[in-house]
Write a protein that binds this ligand. Sequence first.
Ligand code: TYD
Ligand code: MG
Length: 455
Amino acid sequence: MAKPVTTFVCSACGATHKKWAGRCDACGEWNAITEEAPLSQGPAGKGLGAAKGARVALSDLRTEEAAPPRHSSQMNELDRVLGGGLVPASATLVGGDPGIGKSTLLLQAAASFARAGLKVIYVSGEEATAQVRMRAQRLGLADSAVLLAAETNLRDILTTLEAEAPDLAIIDSVQTMWLDTVDSAPGSVSQVRAAAHELTTFAKRRGTAVMLVGHVTKEGQIAGPRVVEHMVDTVLYFEGERGHQFRILRSVKNRFGPADEIGVFEMTGAGLSEVANPSALFLSDREKPSPGSVVFAGIEGTRPVLVEVQALVAPSSLSQPRRAVVGWDGGRLSMILAVLEARAGITFQGLDVYLNIAGGMRINEPAADLAVAAALLSAREDAALPHDTVVFGELSLSGALRPVSQAENRLKEAMKLGFSTAIAPAGCKISQNSGVTVQSMEDLPSFVGEVFGAG
Ligand code: TYD
Ligand code: MG
């Protein structure tokens, strides 16, 4: 039988070539031709579908499937992010910057699960078992029944896991693992993918829940956690500003629960402690009414969270004024500035703009638009908003304010924390007796007029 030949395919137009060339003859694109591995043709002479495979059992959607049983970690914040507890046979990726506290979190979780009666194996590819034990001592977990191993060879790890059949296996980190069947260095895209693939198939096959740690990397030498996101059931990111003690565990994908849920932790001298009421924490060091500071009533997943949006506007000495953002999207800030200029006639030309979300929190919600606009205006006009006011609403490019979801929940949280007024888009579903006075705004010009006078 003829050997399948390697083909060269243009990634721009899809044309195939017999040999590599710098420029594609078909579309004229430069540097777009890449080598493509030949497709396997299977056993010689037999096409697919020729009644040689096994028949797959089919069922329909009406087949009853019991809800997956879950194990509680006894850590409310972690359970919430997992969608209500750990699902057996699931694969979870925990990503985050180096040093943010992933190993600490997972060691605490491992001890918690072990205390609840699960068999837990913690495999560290980065630290020696003595180091892990030292950390456990510091966390007050030295007497827990977690089984430890320091190993990076995946073949040995899988052999051990097969024999031990734990309920939960933690692999810290997937970038240190290597397979002898893959021909590249540990940490490369193909090694990381192969390791994650082996571990997730092991999880499905044996019913062991697997948690993988993945470091977010800055340079391209080492594959980041993104390359395995599609293989796992749940993707969690552990984030926070290095200088702050708050850490936020956020689910960005979850096959067993809502995504975008957050768990809030505080890094202390004795490990991570849970923060049950994050709003109180994020607002705790708020001073007197100050220009540029606005409280945003946000929703993270299913939970309302109040955070402080801070803006500073100052005359610029640069020809291109500075736009600096921490905790929010820079592109979205440019958009808000443009809408303020085009729809309300308020320009930030020649002014440096700094925007910060207090407490190291990161906001992705469009509902924060109005709070950001309010903070920018308040800083520019040097006029503080009343101290007991929260703001939320999405801004459209036309300058109209769009209603946002869960307005009731936002107001309830605001009332709980002692706020008495809310500025919100007209058209939000709000019942009369929410306990908070709501000022409804149709659009940006009316907001500017009512809150800041004529501007
Ligand atoms: P670590 O869990 O090792 O981070 P990662 O695994 O994400 O790389 O956390 C390291 C940081 O946490 C380190 O800077 C020290 C700090 N830390 C504490 O502040 N308190 C503690 O009890 C522990 C164990 C760590
Ligand atoms: Mg670590």
